[in-house]
Write a protein that binds this ligand. Structure first.
Ligand SMILES: CC(=O)SCCNC(=O)CCNC(=O)[C@H](O)C(C)(C)COP(=O)(O)OP(=O)(O)OC[C@H]1O[C@@H](n2cnc3c(N)ncnc32)[C@H](O)[C@@H]1OP(=O)(O)O
Ligand SMILES: O=C([O-])CC(=O)C(=O)O
Length: 371
């Protein structure tokens, strides 16, 4: 029995949600380029959950349902207020708050398909509200209630800033949400599927997935990209910084990917947005620095930028706190997690691989005084 480290190349399930073939990403057969250029995030949610694009009335109904379900239980807000707001990372707060939502959902353990679909809407709607509420509470401000007339992307920025966004800001967040929504069997999605394959509930699956996304080798990389750019500070210093990090065998955040070998098809959309937004806000240095890093890593290491790389300078240009970058990823990816959880329930079997034992051979117990 030979293991494959990190399960590289192992096909662990069938899925009809998204695919990566020859460096091309599609959601239910629609290319990510087509969706990034044309669709709203709400359309993508519908697509992932129903495996088809919505008609106009269906899209309007989903938009309304999402806006109607964004408000958080008072207990969750009170709980967010009780954290040590100087030290708690928003991903940890999000993980805990999502788990807590399960306590206040009467249908939490109802495994009927219709109940699971209703919970999916509630979770999708409440995730941006949790992130925005946490961000406001730690500034000493009250959470802002969502507005029924705003899109999902605009509502998130509205709840965050207590101000309706400019159309360019709404467009940028909408596109980022579309680009991050699903990605085949990435680590957090796999985590969600493993969890619910025990027939545990949706809240457990999403809580587990948030924990997996938080790590720096996965969604947590986008915050670290901005940390790196800030440390470099000036495009002229980028190459020396990279050489030193690589000489010390340190990883460069936002670079490389387990599946894409020639490039992540989502990165070019974020790169274009980064160029535009950093130019508009007079902060082109973040874009220039990012381009230098990308080119050097490609040439010297053959490693292309992944989705986390340019999203950092995009979110920074929108004035978003750096530790909220990964929570924004979660606000989008929960749509994919939910699609995979529903798909797992539809055709479930416990996920239980084997480990190759490499420890000592059979030993005889030694009493404590003789060790
Ligand atoms: C949304 C997402 O999750 S996208 C990924 C976000 N994560 C990051 O950006 C973190 C940085 N990147 C990485 O750590 C990796 O590229 C991963 C985790 C994304 C993929 O990793 P894997 O397929 O497991 O590759 P692995 O980590 O085994 O690396 C293979 C080789 O490339 C090198 N390498 C891979 N990524 C990087 C990097 N970002 N910087 C420097 N070297 C790298 C490794 O050091 C290793 O070199 P070696 O063979 O000389 O030891
Ligand atoms: O697929 C992966 O391994 C990581 C990734 O890019 C994602 O989750 O978007």
């Amino acid at each position: 029995m030979a293991g494959t480290k990190g399960l590289e190349g192992i096909v662990a399930t069938e899925s009809s949600i998204s695919s990566i073939i020859d460096d091309q990403l599609t959601y239910v057969g629609y290319t990510i380029d087509d969706l990034a250029e044309n669709s709203s995030f709400e359309e993508v949610i519908f697509l992932l959950w129903n495996k088809r694009l919505p008609k106009e009335d269906e899209l309007n109904a989903l938009k309304k349902e999402l806006a109607d379900n964004m408000e958080l239980p008072k207990e969750v807000i009170d709980h967010l207020k009780s954290y040590d707001l100087k030290t708690v990372h928003p991903m940890a707060a999000l993980r805990t708050a999502v788990s807590m939502l399960g306590l206040y959902d009467e249908e939490a353990d109802d495994m009927e398909e219709a109940a699971n679909q209703r919970k999916a809407v509630r979770l999708q709607a409440k995730m941006p509200a949790i992130v925005a509420a946490f961000a406001r509470i730690r500034q000493g401000l009250e959470p802002v209630a969502p507005r029924g007339d705003l899109s999902f992307a605009a509502n998130f920025l509205f709840m965050l800033n207590d101000k309706a966004p400019e159309s360019i800001e709404e467009e940028a967040i909408n596109k980022a949400l579309v680009l991050h929504a699903d990605h085949e069997l990435n680590a957090s999605t796999f985590t969600a599927r493993v969890c619910v394959a025990t027939l545990s509930d949706i809240y457990s699956g999403i809580t587990a997935a948030i924990g997996a996304l938080k790590g720096p080798l996965h969604g947590g990389a986008n915050e670290r990209v901005m940390k790196m750019l800030t440390e470099i500070g000036d495009p002229d210093k980028a190459l020396d910084y990279l050489k030193e990090k690589l000489a010390n065998k340190e990883k460069i955040m936002g670079m490389g990917h387990r599946v894409y070998r020639h490039g992540d098809p989502r990165a070019k959309h974020l790169k274009k947005m980064s160029e535009h937004l950093t130019d508009l806000t007079g902060q082109s240095k973040w874009y220039d620095m990012s381009v230098q890093i990308e080119e050097y890593m490609k040439k010297e290491k053959g490693l292309p930028a992944n989705v986390d790389f340019y999203s950092a300078s995009v979110y920074h240009s929108l004035g978003i706190d750096h530790d909220l970058f990964t929570p924004i990823f979660a606000v989008s990816r929960v749509s994919g997690w939910l699609a995979h959880i529903l798909e797992q329930y539809e055709n479930n079997r416990l996920i239980r691989p084997r480990a190759e034992y490499v420890g000592p051979n059979t030993q005889s117990y030694v009493s404590i005084e003789n060790r």
